[in-house]
Design a protein around this ligand. Structure first.
Ligand code: SF4
Ligand code: SF4
Length: 367
């Protein structure tokens, strides 16, 4: 059955596929597949690589749309491939769960039925703020009341936005345990064929399948070009930390606050004060002071969400985009709406050392 599953995956468009046991990765909360499928026995890990030319256009800031669309299409393809494997397993009498590739967090499951309400309340709040700021429009009494109520309800919550979201399931752990790749210095999964330029998805099943071997030869060159390519400063330059996945120890850069990545990768901040180059940041906040590189970064980023909503306009729309993706996922969005801003730690890491060096030059080149 393992061979059949792999054939289905590759025929349907996956570039890489592997299998691991649920037991090998269930030791950590975020990689325990029983959270999504109680009684899980195995996981099928699938990956699709990005097109190098589209990555080049994005990191060199020549054109961001080809990679935006690529990211959307790869996400949808992974979901489609997963669905075929799920149907195959169900027809054989097993249970199967086809995960979402990204924007799939545990807190949204806890929010449950409130999920849609949170998103629609934020939509109404932003629309009313925009209306209030429009000199040609006068709010009705009812709208003024709703605006006051929604401000009280939503803004304190935005100021408490968690900076470290727990995924429903860690595709990275499954990919390593299934032999697709190993964890690099950046914490991304590095594969021999694509470097870190992949997206992952996982299918969890109660079928007991034979596991693949973990990749023995580590594809990370420890060049730390990923660290140099990060505007946010998520990674420590020198300090490392150990993580254990499926019985193997991986060494990654010690993490600083995730708020750095949230500020940069969301496109709210395009540049820190020590770097002369910037990321793609089409949603940049125009009144934003430059990102603080100390412990105040958490407060700074949390306040940024609330500040942007109170301001209305494009900045509020960017916060709405992030909140709606986090609560509702983004599989149903049009591919051209994916709009990545950064991901440079991943995109710089092509399959060869020469590719990584050339990609870094493209990132920092001055116009
Ligand atoms: S850029 Fe270099 S150090 Fe970073 S993950 Fe890739 S190979 Fe490893
Ligand atoms: S996505 Fe961008 S900001 Fe986030 S860790 Fe990677 S390089 Fe840094």
């Amino acid at each position: 059955m393992e061979d059949e599953i792999k054939k289905i995956a590759l025929d349907a468009g996956a570039d890489l596929v592997g299998i691991c046991s649920a037991d090998s990765i269930k030791d950590k909360d975020f990689s325990d597949p029983n959270f999504l499928l109680p009684g899980a026995q195995s996981i099928i890990s699938i990956a699709i690589g990005f097109d190098d030319e589209k990555v080049r256009k994005f990191i060199s800031k020549e054109d961001r749309m080809p990679l935006s669309i690529e990211e959307g299409e790869v996400t949808k393809s992974l979901k489609r491939v997963g669905e075929k494997i799920k149907i195959f397993l169900e027809e054989k009498g097993f249970k199967a769960y086809n995960c979402d590739c990204n924007f799939n967090y545990r807190f949204t499951r806890r929010a449950g039925a409130r999920t849609q309400t949170v998103v629609s309340s934020l939509r109404t709040l932003i629309d009313l703020i925009n209306k209030e700021k429009d000199e040609n429009i006068e709010l009705t009494k009812g709208e003024v009341k709703t605006l006051g109520r929604l401000k009280k309800m939503m803004l304190p919550g935005l100021r408490k936005t968690p900076m470290n979201l727990i995924p429903n399931f860690s595709h990275r752990c499954a990919a390593v345990a299934s032999g697709l790749g190993r964890i690099g210095f950046s914490g991304n999964v590095i594969t021999e064929r694509f470097g870190a330029r992949i997206l992952l998805n996982s299918i969890i099943t109660d079928a007991k399948l034979k596991s693949d071997k973990i990749l023995e030869k580590h594809p990370c060159f420890n060049c730390k070009i990923c660290e140099k390519s990060c505007q946010g400063g998520l990674f420590s330059k020198e300090e490392t930390q150990k993580i254990n996945i499926a019985g193997i120890e991986e060494t990654i850069a010690k993490r600083n606050s995730y708020a750095y990545c949230i500020a940069i990768c969301s496109g709210m901040v395009g540049q820190n004060k020590f770097k002369e180059w910037s990321i793609w940041s089409p949603f940049r906040f125009d009144d934003i002071e430059r990102l603080p590189l100390d412990d105040s970064v958490n407060d700074y980023v949390q306040n940024m969400f609330a500040k942007a909503v109170e301001k209305g306009g494009d900045e509020a729309e960017n916060v709405f985009r992030l909140v709606s993706n986090s609560f509702l996922g983004r599989n149903d969005k049009l591919s051209e709406d994916f709009r990545p801003s950064c991901g440079f730690c991943q995109l710089v890491c092509g399959p060869t050392m020469q590719d990584k060096k050339e990609s870094y030059k493209l990132i920092i080149k001055k116009e």
